[in-house]
Design a protein around this ligand. Structure first.
Ligand SMILES: Nc1ncnc2c1ncn2[C@@H]1O[C@H](COP(=O)(O)OP(=O)(O)OP(=O)(O)O)[C@@H](O)[C@H]1O
Length: 345
C-alpha cells in the first residue's frame, strides 16, 4: 500500500549538505498500522513528509496505492494527496471555523455540495464522538477533542491512507490511549492503512502491527510488534523495548553488576518469551533438567496483538557447567530470547 524504495533526502543549508534520509526501503502493507520510531533528528518527520509529497525526495520513489508520487506533476500530486489523510502533533485546525466546518473544509475545497458535505461530515462526527461539539470552535475544545476533529477532517475525503505525525505527543496519557483506540477503530472499521511516526514505544506497543526503527536517516530494524519486543536485534531496539516495559533491576543488583564474569560469580539473565511458551512451566523444567536455581527478580506478561509475551529477569545459580548448559538450553528454545545482563558475586 505504501512503499518507499531507495529513498534518500538531502537538505542543502548554505554549503552544507544534510542527509535526512539515507536509502530508506520500507513497505507498509494494506490495512496495517505501521509505526516508525526514532530519536530526535533521526528523520521521522522528513520520512512522513516525503510520503504525502510535502517534501520531494532527492532520489528513490514513494508509491502509495500503486501510484508513484515521485513521478507526478503538481496537479497529479494534488489529486493523489486526496487519498492520503494526515494529522499532526499540534492539530492544525482553523480557529475561525466550527468543528463541523473544519471537518467540511477539504470537501469544500473539492467543490462538494452542501448535501454531499453533510452526508460525509455527520457520520464522522459520530465516529469521533463529536456530535455534541459540532458548532463549537477549536478554542472551546480539549486537546483530545481537537485531535478528534483533526482525525475527522483527515478522513473527510475518504483517504486510503492516514499519516500521523506525533499525533499524541501533546496529549496526556489517558487522552493518548483514547486517541490510539480511535485510530485502531478507524483502521479496523474503515480498513485504512496507517503510518505513524513517534518517539514513544508506548504508542507502538498499544496500537501498531509493525514497527521500524529509524536512526541517522536509515531504517535499522523492522518487524511485527510482538517479534520486535521479544527478539530485538540492535542495541537501539533493545533500548526502545526496555523503555516500554519499564524494566529496572533492583538498585542493589544494578550497583554490583559486572559486564564480564570474574569466574566465581553468577549471571543475571533476562528471558523473553513469545506465544504459547509464555505459559509453559519453563523455569521449573530448566531447574530440573540442568540442576540450576533461578531467583526471579522481575517478571511480567504482556498481551500484544493477541499474542502473550513474557519477560523475566533472574539470577542463575549452579555449577559453571550447569549454568552454561541452562543458557544453551534456553537459546535452543523456539520463540525465546535469552540475554546475559551481567554477573554478580
Ligand atoms: N527543512 C530542512 N532544512 C534543513 N535540514 C533539515 C530540514 N528538515 C529536517 N532537517 C534535518 O534533517 C534531519 C532529520 O530531521 P527530522 O525533522 O526529519 O527528524 P525527526 O526524527 O522528525 O526529529 P524530531 O523528533 O526532533 O522532530 C535533522 O538533522 C534535521 O536538522
Amino acid at each position: 500500500m505504501i512503499e518507499l524504495v531507495n529513498v534518500s533526502k538531502t537538505f542543502s543549508v548554505g554549503q552544507q549538505q544534510i542527509s535526512a534520509l539515507d536509502d530508506v526501503n520500507l513497505t507498509v502493507p494494506a490495512g496495517c498500522i505501521m509505526g516508525v520510531i526514532g530519536s530526535s533528528g533521526a528523520g521521522k518527520s522528513t520520512l512522513i513528509r516525503c510520503v504525502n509529497g510535502l517534501e520531494c525526495v532527492t532520489t528513490g520513489s514513494v508509491v502509495v496505492d500503486g501510484t508513484d508520487l515521485t513521478a507526478l506533476g503538481e496537479k497529479g500530486l494534488r489529486l493523489a494527496r486526496r487519498e492520503i489523510g494526515m494529522i499532526f502533533q499540534h492539530f492544525n485546525l482553523l480557529s475561525s471555523r466550527t468543528v463541523y466546518d473544519n471537518i467540511a473544509f477539504p470537501l469544500e475545497l473539492q467543490g462538494a455540495s452542501a448535501e454531499e458535505i453533510n452526508a460525509a461530515v455527520e457520520p464522522l462526527l459520530t465516529l469521533t464522538g463529536l456530535s455534541a461539539k459540532s458548532s463549537q470552535y477549536p478554542s472551546q475544545l480539549s486537546g483530545g477533542q481537537k485531535q478528534r476533529v483533526a482525525i475527522a477532517r483527515a478522513l473527510a475525503a475518504k483517504p486510503k491512507v492516514l499519516l500521523c505525525d506525533e499525533a499524541t505527543s501533546a496529549l496526556d496519557p489517558h487522552t493518548t490511549q483514547s486517541i490510539l483506540a480511535l485510530l485502531r477503530d478507524i483502521n479496523r472499521e474503515l480498513g485504512i492503512t496507517i503510518l505513524l511516526i513517534t518517539h514513544e514505544m508506548e504508542v507502538v506497543k498499544t496500537v501498531c502491527d509493525r514497527v521500524a526503527i529509524i536512526s541517522d536517516g536509515k531504517i535499522v530494524e523492522e518487524n511485527d510488534v510482538p517479534s520486535f519486543f521479544v527478539h530485538p536485534k540492535t542495541d537501539l531496539a533493545r533500548d526502545f523495548v526496555k523503555s516500554a516495559l519499564h524494566e529496572k533491576l533492583p538498585k542493589a543488583i544494578e550497583a554490583k553488576l559486572k559486564r564480564a564474569s570474574s569466574g566465581n560469580d553468577e549471571p543475571i539473565i533476562r528471558i523473553s518469551f513469545l506465544g504459547g511458551n509464555a505459559s509453559t512451566p519453563l523455569i521449573s523444567q530448566l531447574s530440573r533438567d540442568c540442576e540450576v536455581d533461578l531467583s526471579i527478580m522481575q517478571s511480567s506478561l504482556e498481551l500484544l496483538n493477541g499474542q502473550t509475551m513474557g519477560f523475566l529477569t533472574a539470577q542463575l545459580s549452579g555449577s559453571d557447567e550447569n549454568v552454561s548448559k541452562a543458557i544453551r538450553q534456553l537459546k535452543h528454545e523456539a520463540n525465546i530470547t535469552v540475554e546475559v545482563l551481567g554477573y554478580v558475586v
